[in-house]
Design a protein around this ligand. Sequence first.
Ligand SMILES: [Zn+2]
Length: 336
Amino acid sequence: MLKKPLKGVLHSLLSVAGWLKLKTLQQPTLVILTYHRILPMDSKFRDQEQPGMIASPETLQCHLDLFRSLGASFVDLQDWLDRKLAGSQLPKLAVAITFDDGWQDNYTYAFPILKAFEAPATVFLVSKYLDTNRVFWPEQVIRYVTIAPQQRPQAVHEWLRNYAGSLPFDDRPLTIEEADVLIANLKTLDDQTILEQLDRSKVSGEESVRQILNSEELIEMYSSGLIRFGAHTRQHFRLNRLADPSTLRNEIVLCKDDLEALGVGKISLFCYPNGDITDQGERFVAETYLGACTTTNGINVADTSPYNLKRFNFHDGNGKSRRLCFSTIGRSLILA
Ligand SMILES: [Zn+2]
C-alpha cells in the first residue's frame, strides 16, 4: 500500500500523462467508457453491490463534462465502426459510452444525463434477465454473506464456506470487500453450477425489487434515438467456462434473436461477460456480430480490430474526480 501523500502525487502524475496523451493524439482515436450501475450516494443498492460496479450520477456527469471540455465528439459506437469501415473521416477524439448488464438504474439515473449531453450510448443486455426480478449470482452471494452466519440458509452457507479461504466467514457478516474476495474465488466455477447451488435455497434468485431493465424502458430509451443495445449473452455465462458448444452458441447467437424480438433495433455488437474469451466463442461472435467489446483497458484507433475493442471501466473508486479519471486513463496508456 502506498502512503496517502505518495499516492496523491502518483495520481497527479498519471493524470497529467492521461491528459497529455488525449491532447496530443496523432490519429483519430476512440475512447470507450464503460459503466455498470449508476447509483446515487443514498441508494440502498450500494450496500449490496461490488464497489467496482458503481458510479454515481455525478461521476458520469463529471466524465461527460471533462470530455466535452477536451473537445471530444460523443459518438454511437456502431456509427464509429461503420464510418471506420467505410473509410469516412473520423473525429480526432471520439468518445463512446457503454453500459454493461442492463441495470434498471441506467434508465433512471444515466439516461437523463445522456439526454442532457446528447451523448449516445450502447447498453449491453443479458436477454434472459430482462423483464424479470432475477438477480445475478454475485449480488446473490453478497446478500447471503453480508448477513450474520446464523441467518444464512444452511445449505448455501456450507457450500459457500468452501470458497471463503481465510475470510472470517463463520464468525460475522462479511464486509463488501471481503464478499468481493469470495466472489473472485467462486469464478473458478462455471456460472450454471453457481446458480444451481444458490438456487437450492428458496429465497435466492428472485426478489421483489426489479433491478434490471424492462421492455418499456428499453423501448423508451431506443425511441430517443440516443441509445442502442448490444448483446451480453442470454444469462451472463462466462464463455471460457462453457464446455458444451451448443450452450456456448445459444448464449452468443440466440441473445441477438431475443433482443431483436423486443423491437429495439438491430443488434450488431457483442460484449464478452467478464471479458472472458475462447476461440470457439470468438468464432460464434464473429459470425453473428459486427464487433465486440472486451474488458481490456486502452484506446482504439482505425486499425484496431472491431472484435477487440478496448475500454475504460469506470466506477467511483477510479473516476469520481477529473484527476482520478485522467489518472485511470494515464495509467493504462503508460503500462500498455
Ligand atoms: Zn457483465
